[in-house]
Design a protein around this ligand. Structure first.
Ligand code: NAP
Length: 272
């Protein structure tokens, strides 16, 4: 029987992960099965326990269970600890290992697929929820000159900035409210809010995009108001589909010991 993996969330009906991992398995010659597991909101642990008991070897975790997944683990990677959230689980006997590949996925999409190094760049990170927290440590490791975290609810951005300040290693890290963003422009603007899912516009000025800026919305598969604003300013605008594929490739590598090629999978996914 092939090794069995799954994506667990609520809902998971529209998850692209089964399709992405099927492509990875095909191109690397790995024999795996990858399922969708929809857990009831109060039944995350129960659902995973049953999956493990039936021989499940690992899982991707999606909303709203990423924080619950970190509590489920017997061991966490350093990046999962920093994120306080787990998107990848690996099971072996009684061991439940948790990792977070979202930040690595974003960095790889930015630096490899989009060809934008972060070193010495001025970076604006919009949002202070789980996705922002998950990418902060790898963003800081990439060595930007300045990193501003801006959030609708300012105290959440301030809490993140003070928590990650000791790891900043030379980056000027600061938290701001959206209304304080008028006076500065940035080379890279990353939208880690969920505003685009409901079509909501962010109350940010168009002046945040420097000439030649790259704008990145973690939301994918739709033209969000953020991407439209960025395009109108002349910025290069990208959605989060590449991050989705790259974080999946990192999970696949953790499970199978081989990193799949991603460019053709990303192109095929975009064409679907
Ligand atoms: P979350 O923890 O619920 O946080 C939501 C964030 O969005 C908060 O900062 C919230 O601000 C902000 N927000 C929501 N609606 C807003 C609005 N109308 N105006 C301004 N700010 C608004 O969610 P999350 O886990 O961080 O996920 C954020 C997004 O990232 C989701 O859309 C998710 O799909 C996406 N994501 C994509 C990938 C990928 O692979 N591409 C991976 C991970 C996540 P307040 O604090 O003020 O409420």
């Amino acid at each position: 029987m092939p090794d069995r993996y799954a994506v667990i969330g609520h809902p998971v009906t529209h998850s692209q992960s089964p399709w992405i991992h099927a492509q990875f398995a095909r191109t690397t010659g790995q024999d795996i099965e990858y399922l969708r597991l929809e857990a009831p909101l109060d039944g995350f642990e129960r659902t995973l326990d049953a999956f493990r008991a039936a021989g499940g070897k690992g899982a991707n975790v999606t909303l709203p269970f990423k924080e619950a997944a970190s509590r489920y683990c017997s061991e966490l990677s350093a990046r999962a600890r920093a994120a306080r959230a787990v998107n990848t689980l690996k099971f072996a006997g009684a061991s439940r290992y948790g990792d977070n590949t979202d930040g690595a996925g974003l960095l790889r999409d930015l630096t490899v697929n989009l060809g934008r190094a972060l070193t010495a760049q001025r970076v604006l990170l919009l949002g202070a929820g789980g996705a922002a927290r998950g990418v902060l440590a790898p963003l800081l490791e990439a060595g930007p000159q300045r990193l501003v975290i801006a959030n609708r609810t300012l105290p959440k951005a301030q809490a993140l900035a003070s928590e990650f300040a000791p790891a900043r290693d030379g980056t000027r890290l600061q938290a701001l409210g959206f209304e304080a963003l008028g006076g500065e422009s940035f080379d890279i603007v990353i939208n880690a809010t969920s505003a685009g899912l409901s079509g909501a516009a962010l109350a940010i000025p168009v002046s945040v995009f420097r000439r030649g800026a790259l704008a990145y919305d973690m939301v994918y598969g739709r033209e969000t108001p953020f991407l439209a604003l960025a395009r109108a300013s002349g910025a290069a605008a990208h959605d989060g589909l590449g991050m989705l594929v790259e974080q999946a490739a990192e999970s696949f590598r953790l499970w199978r010991g081989v990193r799949p090629e991603t460019a053709t999978v990303l192109a095929a996914l975009r064409a679907r």
